[in-house]
Design a protein around this ligand. Structure first.
Ligand SMILES: Cc1cc2nc3c(=O)[nH]c(=O)nc-3n(C[C@H](O)[C@H](O)[C@H](O)COP(=O)(O)OP(=O)(O)OC[C@H]3O[C@@H](n4cnc5c(N)ncnc54)[C@H](O)[C@@H]3O)c2cc1C
Length: 326
Protein backbone atom coordinates (compact mmCIF):
# COMPACT_ATOMS: atom_id res chain seq x y z
CA UNK A 1 0.00 0.00 0.00
CA UNK A 2 1.33 3.44 -0.94
CA UNK A 3 0.65 6.05 1.73
CA UNK A 4 0.51 9.84 1.56
CA UNK A 5 -1.04 12.26 4.06
CA UNK A 6 -3.06 13.83 1.23
CA UNK A 7 -4.01 12.20 -2.05
CA UNK A 8 -5.33 14.47 -4.78
CA UNK A 9 -7.31 12.81 -7.57
CA UNK A 10 -6.71 15.00 -10.64
CA UNK A 11 -3.73 17.13 -11.64
CA UNK A 12 -5.47 20.03 -13.46
CA UNK A 13 -5.27 23.61 -12.13
CA UNK A 14 -7.29 22.67 -9.02
CA UNK A 15 -5.21 19.61 -8.10
CA UNK A 16 -1.85 21.19 -8.92
CA UNK A 17 -2.64 24.34 -6.93
CA UNK A 18 -3.82 22.36 -3.92
CA UNK A 19 -0.65 20.23 -4.04
CA UNK A 20 1.56 23.33 -4.26
CA UNK A 21 -0.06 24.89 -1.20
CA UNK A 22 0.30 21.66 0.79
CA UNK A 23 3.94 21.06 -0.15
CA UNK A 24 4.72 24.68 0.79
CA UNK A 25 3.54 23.75 4.29
CA UNK A 26 5.63 20.58 4.37
CA UNK A 27 2.64 18.22 3.98
CA UNK A 28 3.23 15.20 1.77
CA UNK A 29 0.72 15.19 -1.05
CA UNK A 30 0.49 12.74 -3.93
CA UNK A 31 -1.35 13.50 -7.17
CA UNK A 32 -3.06 10.74 -9.13
CA UNK A 33 -4.07 11.57 -12.70
CA UNK A 34 -5.31 9.14 -15.29
CA UNK A 35 -3.60 11.07 -18.08
CA UNK A 36 0.04 11.62 -18.79
CA UNK A 37 0.98 15.33 -18.87
CA UNK A 38 1.21 17.40 -20.96
CA UNK A 39 -2.35 16.47 -21.86
CA UNK A 40 -5.08 18.16 -23.88
CA UNK A 41 -7.84 19.88 -21.90
CA UNK A 42 -10.74 21.40 -23.78
CA UNK A 43 -10.76 25.02 -22.67
CA UNK A 44 -10.56 28.44 -24.33
CA UNK A 45 -7.65 29.23 -22.01
CA UNK A 46 -8.79 32.73 -21.07
CA UNK A 47 -7.42 33.74 -17.67
CA UNK A 48 -7.87 36.87 -15.59
CA UNK A 49 -5.13 38.90 -13.86
CA UNK A 50 -6.56 37.59 -10.58
CA UNK A 51 -5.68 34.03 -11.63
CA UNK A 52 -2.06 35.06 -12.17
CA UNK A 53 -2.00 36.99 -8.89
CA UNK A 54 -3.50 34.03 -6.98
CA UNK A 55 -0.86 31.78 -8.54
CA UNK A 56 1.91 34.29 -7.68
CA UNK A 57 2.90 34.17 -11.33
CA UNK A 58 4.22 37.14 -13.30
CA UNK A 59 3.33 36.82 -17.00
CA UNK A 60 6.95 37.64 -17.85
CA UNK A 61 8.15 34.62 -15.86
CA UNK A 62 5.73 32.21 -17.55
CA UNK A 63 7.80 30.16 -20.01
CA UNK A 64 5.01 29.32 -22.51
CA UNK A 65 2.52 31.13 -24.76
CA UNK A 66 0.67 33.96 -23.03
CA UNK A 67 -1.18 36.71 -24.89
CA UNK A 68 -2.35 39.93 -23.28
CA UNK A 69 -5.65 41.50 -24.36
CA UNK A 70 -6.25 45.14 -23.57
CA UNK A 71 -9.77 44.88 -24.93
CA UNK A 72 -12.43 42.17 -25.29
CA UNK A 73 -14.93 42.51 -28.12
CA UNK A 74 -18.34 41.40 -26.90
CA UNK A 75 -21.31 41.07 -29.24
CA UNK A 76 -24.85 40.96 -27.88
CA UNK A 77 -27.24 39.59 -30.50
CA UNK A 78 -24.77 40.85 -33.11
CA UNK A 79 -24.20 44.34 -31.66
CA UNK A 80 -20.48 44.93 -30.94
CA UNK A 81 -19.51 46.23 -27.49
CA UNK A 82 -15.73 46.69 -27.11
CA UNK A 83 -14.73 46.52 -23.44
CA UNK A 84 -11.35 47.91 -22.32
CA UNK A 85 -9.86 45.45 -19.84
CA UNK A 86 -6.75 43.44 -19.04
CA UNK A 87 -7.05 39.70 -19.67
CA UNK A 88 -4.84 36.88 -20.95
CA UNK A 89 -4.93 33.70 -22.98
CA UNK A 90 -2.75 30.64 -22.46
CA UNK A 91 -2.79 27.13 -23.93
CA UNK A 92 -4.10 24.67 -21.35
CA UNK A 93 -1.80 21.94 -22.57
CA UNK A 94 1.19 24.09 -21.60
CA UNK A 95 -0.31 25.87 -18.59
CA UNK A 96 -1.49 22.74 -16.78
CA UNK A 97 1.81 20.96 -17.33
CA UNK A 98 3.65 24.00 -15.99
CA UNK A 99 1.44 24.17 -12.87
CA UNK A 100 1.76 20.45 -12.24
CA UNK A 101 5.57 20.51 -12.43
CA UNK A 102 5.68 23.63 -10.26
CA UNK A 103 3.52 21.96 -7.59
CA UNK A 104 6.52 20.00 -6.32
CA UNK A 105 4.46 16.90 -5.46
CA UNK A 106 4.92 13.40 -6.91
CA UNK A 107 2.48 12.46 -9.66
CA UNK A 108 1.38 8.89 -10.43
CA UNK A 109 -0.44 8.10 -13.64
CA UNK A 110 -3.41 6.22 -12.22
CA UNK A 111 -7.11 6.08 -13.09
CA UNK A 112 -8.95 6.33 -9.75
CA UNK A 113 -11.95 4.00 -9.65
CA UNK A 114 -12.88 2.72 -6.20
CA UNK A 115 -12.69 4.63 -2.96
CA UNK A 116 -13.52 3.25 0.48
CA UNK A 117 -13.29 4.73 3.92
CA UNK A 118 -10.86 3.17 6.41
CA UNK A 119 -10.95 4.74 9.88
CA UNK A 120 -10.59 8.45 9.32
CA UNK A 121 -8.74 7.87 6.02
CA UNK A 122 -9.39 6.45 2.56
CA UNK A 123 -8.20 3.51 0.48
CA UNK A 124 -8.10 3.96 -3.29
CA UNK A 125 -8.23 0.96 -5.61
CA UNK A 126 -6.70 -1.19 -2.84
CA UNK A 127 -3.37 0.44 -3.73
CA UNK A 128 -3.23 3.89 -2.12
CA UNK A 129 -4.00 5.06 1.41
CA UNK A 130 -4.36 8.61 2.69
CA UNK A 131 -5.73 10.56 5.61
CA UNK A 132 -7.13 13.37 3.45
CA UNK A 133 -8.60 12.86 0.00
CA UNK A 134 -9.08 15.77 -2.43
CA UNK A 135 -11.32 15.35 -5.47
CA UNK A 136 -9.90 17.48 -8.30
CA UNK A 137 -10.91 15.22 -11.16
CA UNK A 138 -13.11 17.71 -13.03
CA UNK A 139 -16.69 16.98 -14.16
CA UNK A 140 -16.37 13.20 -13.83
CA UNK A 141 -14.29 13.27 -10.65
CA UNK A 142 -14.25 9.85 -8.94
CA UNK A 143 -14.25 11.44 -5.47
CA UNK A 144 -17.40 13.37 -6.36
CA UNK A 145 -19.03 10.26 -7.88
CA UNK A 146 -18.19 8.02 -4.91
CA UNK A 147 -18.83 10.35 -1.99
CA UNK A 148 -20.78 13.50 -2.93
CA UNK A 149 -23.68 13.02 -5.40
CA UNK A 150 -26.40 12.96 -2.72
CA UNK A 151 -25.02 15.79 -0.61
CA UNK A 152 -24.06 17.93 -3.60
CA UNK A 153 -26.51 17.14 -6.43
CA UNK A 154 -25.81 18.71 -9.82
CA UNK A 155 -28.76 20.63 -11.19
CA UNK A 156 -29.52 20.04 -14.92
CA UNK A 157 -30.20 23.77 -15.42
CA UNK A 158 -26.56 24.49 -14.48
CA UNK A 159 -25.08 22.05 -17.01
CA UNK A 160 -23.23 23.45 -20.01
CA UNK A 161 -22.41 21.60 -23.21
CA UNK A 162 -19.47 22.86 -25.23
CA UNK A 163 -17.81 22.26 -28.59
CA UNK A 164 -14.31 23.49 -29.19
CA UNK A 165 -11.16 23.19 -31.25
CA UNK A 166 -7.67 24.62 -30.79
CA UNK A 167 -5.32 24.45 -33.75
CA UNK A 168 -2.15 25.97 -35.22
CA UNK A 169 -3.27 28.98 -37.21
CA UNK A 170 -1.60 32.24 -38.24
CA UNK A 171 -4.52 34.42 -37.17
CA UNK A 172 -4.66 37.93 -38.60
CA UNK A 173 -6.99 39.40 -35.99
CA UNK A 174 -5.48 39.47 -32.47
CA UNK A 175 -8.70 40.50 -30.71
CA UNK A 176 -10.58 38.16 -28.38
CA UNK A 177 -14.23 38.06 -29.47
CA UNK A 178 -17.28 36.72 -27.62
CA UNK A 179 -20.74 36.45 -29.21
CA UNK A 180 -23.64 36.13 -26.77
CA UNK A 181 -27.02 34.62 -27.73
CA UNK A 182 -26.26 34.47 -31.49
CA UNK A 183 -29.06 32.65 -33.35
CA UNK A 184 -30.72 32.14 -29.94
CA UNK A 185 -27.77 30.14 -28.50
CA UNK A 186 -28.40 29.94 -24.71
CA UNK A 187 -24.77 30.83 -24.03
CA UNK A 188 -21.92 32.25 -26.10
CA UNK A 189 -19.30 31.48 -28.72
CA UNK A 190 -15.69 32.62 -28.77
CA UNK A 191 -12.66 33.39 -30.92
CA UNK A 192 -9.53 33.36 -28.73
CA UNK A 193 -6.15 33.88 -30.45
CA UNK A 194 -3.11 32.45 -28.67
CA UNK A 195 0.45 33.72 -28.84
CA UNK A 196 2.65 32.43 -31.69
CA UNK A 197 0.15 31.00 -34.11
CA UNK A 198 -2.60 29.11 -32.30
CA UNK A 199 -6.32 29.77 -32.32
CA UNK A 200 -9.12 28.49 -30.10
CA UNK A 201 -12.75 28.71 -31.21
CA UNK A 202 -15.75 27.23 -29.47
CA UNK A 203 -19.34 27.50 -28.29
CA UNK A 204 -21.14 26.66 -25.08
CA UNK A 205 -24.79 26.60 -24.10
CA UNK A 206 -27.13 25.46 -21.34
CA UNK A 207 -28.20 21.88 -22.02
CA UNK A 208 -31.68 22.30 -20.51
CA UNK A 209 -32.46 25.40 -22.64
CA UNK A 210 -31.25 23.71 -25.84
CA UNK A 211 -33.45 20.69 -25.08
CA UNK A 212 -36.50 22.86 -24.40
CA UNK A 213 -36.02 24.55 -27.79
CA UNK A 214 -35.40 21.26 -29.62
CA UNK A 215 -31.99 22.56 -30.77
CA UNK A 216 -28.58 20.90 -30.85
CA UNK A 217 -25.18 22.34 -30.10
CA UNK A 218 -23.94 20.82 -33.39
CA UNK A 219 -26.41 22.91 -35.40
CA UNK A 220 -25.19 26.04 -33.57
CA UNK A 221 -21.59 25.03 -34.34
CA UNK A 222 -22.30 24.95 -38.08
CA UNK A 223 -23.80 28.45 -37.95
CA UNK A 224 -20.84 29.65 -35.91
CA UNK A 225 -18.30 28.29 -38.43
CA UNK A 226 -20.21 29.97 -41.25
CA UNK A 227 -20.07 33.30 -39.44
CA UNK A 228 -16.33 33.03 -38.75
CA UNK A 229 -15.74 32.17 -42.42
CA UNK A 230 -17.82 35.13 -43.60
CA UNK A 231 -15.80 37.42 -41.33
CA UNK A 232 -12.58 36.00 -42.80
CA UNK A 233 -11.41 34.79 -39.39
CA UNK A 234 -10.71 31.11 -40.21
CA UNK A 235 -10.04 31.14 -43.96
CA UNK A 236 -13.11 29.00 -44.71
CA UNK A 237 -11.77 25.92 -42.89
CA UNK A 238 -14.14 23.11 -41.92
CA UNK A 239 -13.14 22.23 -38.38
CA UNK A 240 -14.33 19.21 -36.35
CA UNK A 241 -14.63 20.13 -32.69
CA UNK A 242 -14.60 17.99 -29.56
CA UNK A 243 -17.27 18.21 -26.84
CA UNK A 244 -17.25 18.45 -23.06
CA UNK A 245 -19.82 19.06 -20.33
CA UNK A 246 -19.29 21.02 -17.12
CA UNK A 247 -21.33 22.74 -14.45
CA UNK A 248 -21.94 26.32 -13.42
CA UNK A 249 -21.95 27.34 -9.80
CA UNK A 250 -25.09 26.19 -7.95
CA UNK A 251 -26.48 26.93 -4.52
CA UNK A 252 -25.03 23.90 -2.69
CA UNK A 253 -21.89 24.36 -0.66
CA UNK A 254 -21.39 20.79 0.58
CA UNK A 255 -17.77 20.39 -0.50
CA UNK A 256 -16.32 18.56 2.49
CA UNK A 257 -17.37 15.27 4.05
CA UNK A 258 -15.10 14.12 6.87
CA UNK A 259 -11.60 14.26 5.44
CA UNK A 260 -12.76 14.27 1.81
CA UNK A 261 -12.91 17.50 -0.22
CA UNK A 262 -14.01 18.47 -3.74
CA UNK A 263 -12.49 21.42 -5.57
CA UNK A 264 -12.70 23.04 -9.02
CA UNK A 265 -14.99 21.46 -11.62
CA UNK A 266 -15.54 18.46 -9.33
CA UNK A 267 -17.50 20.89 -7.12
CA UNK A 268 -19.17 22.60 -10.14
CA UNK A 269 -17.76 26.08 -9.50
CA UNK A 270 -17.59 27.77 -12.94
CA UNK A 271 -18.94 31.33 -12.82
CA UNK A 272 -22.61 31.81 -13.57
CA UNK A 273 -22.24 34.46 -16.27
CA UNK A 274 -19.17 33.32 -18.27
CA UNK A 275 -18.49 29.72 -17.23
CA UNK A 276 -15.00 30.76 -16.10
CA UNK A 277 -13.65 27.78 -14.20
CA UNK A 278 -9.87 28.15 -13.90
CA UNK A 279 -10.07 30.99 -11.35
CA UNK A 280 -12.63 29.23 -9.12
CA UNK A 281 -10.60 25.99 -9.39
CA UNK A 282 -7.52 27.77 -8.06
CA UNK A 283 -9.39 29.67 -5.34
CA UNK A 284 -11.16 26.55 -4.07
CA UNK A 285 -7.89 24.56 -4.16
CA UNK A 286 -6.20 27.14 -1.96
CA UNK A 287 -9.13 27.15 0.46
CA UNK A 288 -9.17 23.35 0.76
CA UNK A 289 -5.40 23.28 1.29
CA UNK A 290 -5.76 25.95 3.97
CA UNK A 291 -8.40 23.85 5.77
CA UNK A 292 -6.09 20.82 5.70
CA UNK A 293 -3.00 22.69 6.88
CA UNK A 294 -4.76 24.82 9.50
CA UNK A 295 -7.46 22.38 10.58
CA UNK A 296 -10.44 24.65 9.83
CA UNK A 297 -13.50 23.80 7.77
CA UNK A 298 -13.63 24.25 4.00
CA UNK A 299 -16.36 26.20 2.24
CA UNK A 300 -16.59 27.70 -1.25
CA UNK A 301 -18.81 30.60 -0.18
CA UNK A 302 -16.02 33.14 -0.91
CA UNK A 303 -15.10 31.67 -4.32
CA UNK A 304 -15.76 34.05 -7.24
CA UNK A 305 -19.28 33.57 -8.67
CA UNK A 306 -19.39 36.19 -11.44
CA UNK A 307 -16.72 37.06 -14.02
CA UNK A 308 -18.21 40.29 -15.39
CA UNK A 309 -17.00 42.54 -12.52
CA UNK A 310 -13.46 41.19 -13.02
CA UNK A 311 -13.62 42.03 -16.72
CA UNK A 312 -15.11 45.50 -16.22
CA UNK A 313 -12.67 46.37 -13.45
CA UNK A 314 -9.73 44.62 -15.12
CA UNK A 315 -8.15 47.74 -16.53
CA UNK A 316 -8.60 49.93 -13.46
CA UNK A 317 -7.68 47.30 -10.92
CA UNK A 318 -4.73 45.56 -12.52
CA UNK A 319 -3.14 47.86 -15.09
CA UNK A 320 -1.13 49.72 -12.47
CA UNK A 321 0.58 46.48 -11.46
CA UNK A 322 3.61 46.40 -13.77
CA UNK A 323 4.12 42.67 -13.30
CA UNK A 324 0.63 41.92 -14.63
CA UNK A 325 0.40 44.41 -17.47
CA UNK A 326 3.90 43.84 -18.92
C1 LIG B 1 -14.82 24.13 -23.96
C2 LIG B 1 -14.49 24.74 -22.63
C3 LIG B 1 -13.95 26.04 -22.58
C4 LIG B 1 -13.59 26.61 -21.36
N1 LIG B 1 -13.01 27.84 -21.36
C5 LIG B 1 -12.60 28.39 -20.19
C6 LIG B 1 -11.85 29.60 -20.18
O1 LIG B 1 -11.53 30.17 -21.23
N2 LIG B 1 -11.48 30.11 -18.98
C7 LIG B 1 -11.79 29.49 -17.80
O2 LIG B 1 -11.46 30.02 -16.73
N3 LIG B 1 -12.48 28.33 -17.79
C8 LIG B 1 -12.86 27.74 -18.94
N4 LIG B 1 -13.47 26.53 -18.94
C9 LIG B 1 -13.63 25.82 -17.67
C10 LIG B 1 -12.30 25.22 -17.22
O3 LIG B 1 -11.71 24.48 -18.28
C11 LIG B 1 -12.48 24.30 -16.00
O4 LIG B 1 -13.30 24.94 -15.07
C12 LIG B 1 -11.14 23.98 -15.36
O5 LIG B 1 -10.38 23.17 -16.20
C13 LIG B 1 -11.35 23.23 -14.03
O6 LIG B 1 -10.11 22.79 -13.55
P1 LIG B 1 -10.04 21.45 -12.66
O7 LIG B 1 -8.61 21.33 -12.23
O8 LIG B 1 -11.11 21.45 -11.66
O9 LIG B 1 -10.40 20.25 -13.65
P2 LIG B 1 -9.66 19.70 -15.03
O10 LIG B 1 -8.88 20.81 -15.58
O11 LIG B 1 -10.75 19.08 -15.77
O12 LIG B 1 -8.66 18.61 -14.46
C14 LIG B 1 -9.15 17.38 -13.98
C15 LIG B 1 -8.04 16.34 -14.06
O13 LIG B 1 -8.52 15.15 -13.42
C16 LIG B 1 -8.11 14.02 -14.15
N5 LIG B 1 -9.03 12.91 -13.85
C17 LIG B 1 -10.33 12.81 -14.20
N6 LIG B 1 -10.85 11.64 -13.79
C18 LIG B 1 -9.84 10.98 -13.15
C19 LIG B 1 -9.75 9.70 -12.53
N7 LIG B 1 -10.79 8.86 -12.47
N8 LIG B 1 -8.56 9.33 -11.99
C20 LIG B 1 -7.47 10.18 -12.06
N9 LIG B 1 -7.51 11.38 -12.66
C21 LIG B 1 -8.68 11.78 -13.19
C22 LIG B 1 -8.14 14.47 -15.59
O14 LIG B 1 -7.28 13.67 -16.39
C23 LIG B 1 -7.69 15.93 -15.49
O15 LIG B 1 -6.29 16.06 -15.71
C24 LIG B 1 -13.82 25.91 -20.15
C25 LIG B 1 -14.38 24.63 -20.19
C26 LIG B 1 -14.69 24.05 -21.42
C27 LIG B 1 -15.24 22.66 -21.44
Amino acid sequence: MIHATVIIAGGGPAGATCARELTKHGIDALILDKQRFPRTKLCAGWITPKVLADLELNPGDYPHRILLYRRLRFYFRGIPVPVPTLQYSIRRREFDDFLLKRAGAPVHQHNVRSIRQSGDGYIIDDTYHCKYLVGAGGTFCPVYRNLFPDAHPRKPERSIVTLEIEFPFQWGDPECRLWFFDNGLPGYSWYVPKQNGYLNIGIGGKIASLKRRGETINAHWQKFLKKLSQKGLINGRQLSPKGHVYHLRGETDVVQKGNAFIIGDAAGLATRDMGEGIGPAIESAQMAAHAITHGGSYTTRAVTRWSTPQILLGKIRWEKRPSLSR
